[in-house]
Design a protein around this ligand. Structure first.
Ligand code: 5AD
Ligand code: SF4
Length: 439
């Protein structure tokens, strides 16, 4: 028996793509293991959205060196976003001469073949690199997926991004928007429901522009309708939405649909119009607040989460105060907060940067504010009854799952209930998580 281990960094898209990497390796005859030391094939599925991610990955790749020294037959692959940056594959091969395979974001399905090619080689080992221009790649369908996500299944609806927010590296490493064929997407969702998955999460860098690259009249709202028509008891979530693109139709359909959750991740990034413009976000603070009102009017129980960045070049204390005021006004269920990190090749990296100490101080204030709001919103659930999809048993006799609105809830129960929908009375809240009992 031969084993592989995948270390995944970054977003949900990467988590799902690791399932495709695993699918390809299983097809090549390998089995998954959680132990890096026991693995014959060690894969790093990388992220480059911030410098912190990149540093951590470099550290983890470095840590493989002694393993490879002890057993030269091990195969090491570095794949995904990080490898697509200019000069990066050369830098990785130079810094880590023990790396065998470097593979970009686009043909993860080939990893099994590449591993076999290295494993079969006698004499000098080949160095394989398959990082190529991602500007117009075709969409590869029917690749094996080794799903590991339990009750939830991820489904890509599109790849890439056309937006070029000035801070963001994603359009450079993942290329232009490509929407999958709608019938294929709907068929995949139907198949997953038939297999027993209870929750589907639709994935795309910007799901609201689904279909823009197609000439057949499909858009995200139409895709939602088609998916909602599938029979069965299941939930659908999607990420990520863009405030400039989300349509009224999408909001209204979330409210009236059978299967779509009242839960949305809508990154705001900043509360100052000046900063939003410099970020090339193409919406205003006022439009964002309008969308929030619109979502809440359509779905009073909607859970709204966001991404916020501090320390974008030129952000003044006043701009930052605008962000704090927006956070106070909107009252997000939860916010993912980031310190702006300059990324090579992006427009903002060439702007005048603000000192790290200032960024650090600002994110501290933002986190303190959001924590108090997160707690306040959690407290509001105490005494209510929520329908929860049982997702996991983190400990014996303890279950957890999420509400329709996306809240994490813990409650006593046995693992054989995983995959069921149960009603849970909420007894207490602890910052982002809730605790209760099945009723
Ligand atoms: N620095 C810090 N955060 C970033 N993000 C994207 N690019 C950067 C960057 N250069 C954040 C955004 C995005 C989330 C996925 O990561 O908030 O929504
Ligand atoms: Fe990056 Fe903006 Fe595209 Fe999101 S929409 S991936 S932040 S460029």
């Amino acid at each position: 028996m031969k084993f592989f281990n995948i270390q995944t960094f970054g977003c949900q898209m990467n988590v799902h793509e690791s399932e495709k990497i695993a699918g390809s390796l299983v097809e090549a005859g390998y089995q998954p293991t959680d132990s890096v030391a026991d693995a014959d094939v060690i894969v790093f599925n990388t992220c480059c959205i911030r410098d912190t991610a990149e540093k951590r990955i470099m550290g983890n790749i470095g840590a493989v060196k002694p393993l490879k020294k002890a057993d030269r037959s091990k195969i090491v692959a570095v794949v995904g976003c990080m490898t697509q940056q200019d000069g990066m594959k050369e830098a990785i091969f130079k810094k880590f001469p023990f790396v065998d395979i470097i593979l970009g974001t686009d043909r993860l399905d080939r990893i099994g073949d590449y591993v076999e090619r290295v494993a079969m080689s006698n004499g000098k080992r080949p160095k394989i690199d398959d990082v190529h221009n991602i500007d117009t790649p075709e969409i590869i369908e029917n690749t094996p997926i080794f799903r590991t996500s339990g009750t939830n299944a991820w489904v890509n609806i599109m790849y890439g991004c056309n937006n070029f927010c000035t801070y963001c590296i994603v359009p450079y490493v993942r290329g232009r928007e490509r929407s999958r064929d709608p019938e294929t997407v709907v068929g995949e969702v139907r198949g997953l429901i038939e297999e027993g998955y209870r929750e589907i999460t639709l994935l795309g860098q910007n799901v609201d522009s689904y279909g823009n690259d197609r000439q057949d009249g499909w858009n995200f709202a139409k895709l939602m309708r088609a998916i909602d028509g599938i029979d069965g008891k299941f939930r659908v979530r999607f990420m990520t939405s863009h405030p400039k693109d989300i349509s009224e139709e999408v909001i209204d359909f979330m409210a009236e649909s059978v299967h779509f959750c009242h839960n949305i991740h809508l990154p705001v990034q900043a509360g100052s119009n000046r900063v939003l413009q410099a970020m090339n976000r193409k919406y205003t603070r006022e439009h964002y607040l309008y969308l929030i009102d619109r979502l809440r009017a359509a779905m009073p129980d909607v859970g709204i989460t966001t991404d916020i960045m501090v320390g974008f070049p030129g952000e003044t204390e006043e701009d930052f105060q605008d962000t704090l005021r927006l956070v106070e006004q909107v009252r997000f269920s939860n916010a993912f907060t980031f310190i702006y990190s300059p990324r090579n090749g992006t427009v903002a990296a060439k702007m005048e940067q603000i000192p790290y100490a200032v960024k650090k101080e600002r994110i501290g204030r933002l986190i303190t504010l959001q924590n108090s709001i997160t707690k306040e919103i959690s407290d509001r659930y105490v005494g209510t009854i929520l329908e929860i999809l049982v997702e996991d048993a983190p400990k014996p006799d303890l279950l957890c799952g999420r509400s329709d609105s996306g809240r994490l809830v813990n409650f006593p129960g046995s693992a054989d209930r995983i995959g069921e929908f149960v009603r849970v009375r909420i007894d207490k809240s602890r910052s982002a998580s809730l605790w209760g009992e099945i009723v």
